[in-house]
Design a protein around this ligand. Structure first.
Ligand code: HEC
Length: 119
């Protein structure tokens, strides 16, 4: 089997994903702007209502990309456009880092049952 360009892209993506996990282990302080996000997404990224996506445990790069997309208008949502309008690139990076480090809410691994349990 020969190595195609697609194989190389997939290998590069795998390394990028591993690098992302390593980045996420540097614990960050809670940014002040979280107080605003908390109204809808919850202080630790577990949302108050199903219409607001959970941010806890989402990939850091994904959150950063989503926030930049709302800011540029590439991703259109009037609520989020207003939220990100005043955020700098540094604010966005901090928020993405912080929310990515919060424990996700939907499922936890129960070591006794060895199955995924809904909380
Ligand atoms: C008034 C409620 C509200 C506030 C405040 C708010 N958001 Fe949102 N957020 C939403 C809604 C609604 C969506 C879903 C929008 C969509 O469908 O694109 C969303 C989507 C997102 C997404 C995309 C999630 C995904 O899974 O794609 C991110 C990231 C996000 N918000 C981060 C933030 C951050 C960071 C803040 C604080 C600076 C914030 N939000 C403040 C309501 C809010």
């Amino acid at each position: 089997m020969s190595t195609t360009i697609l194989d190389k892209v997939l290998i590069a993506a795998a390394f990028a994903a591993v690098a992302g996990v390593a980045q996420a282990t540097e614990q960050v302080e809670q940014p002040a702007a979280v107080a605003v996000c908390a109204t809808c997404h919850g202080e630790k990224g577990v949302s108050a209502a199903p219409i607001f996506p959970n941010l806890a445990g989402q990939h850091r790069n994904y959150i950063e990309h989503a926030l930049q997309a709302y800011k540029s208008g590439a991703r259109k949502n009037p609520i989020m456009a207003a939220q990100v309008a005043g955020l700098s690139d540094a604010d966005i990076k901090q928020l993405a880092a912080w929310f990515s480090q919060q424990p996700p809410a939907l499922y936890t691994l129960d070591p006794e049952a060895k199955t995924l349990q809904k909380e």
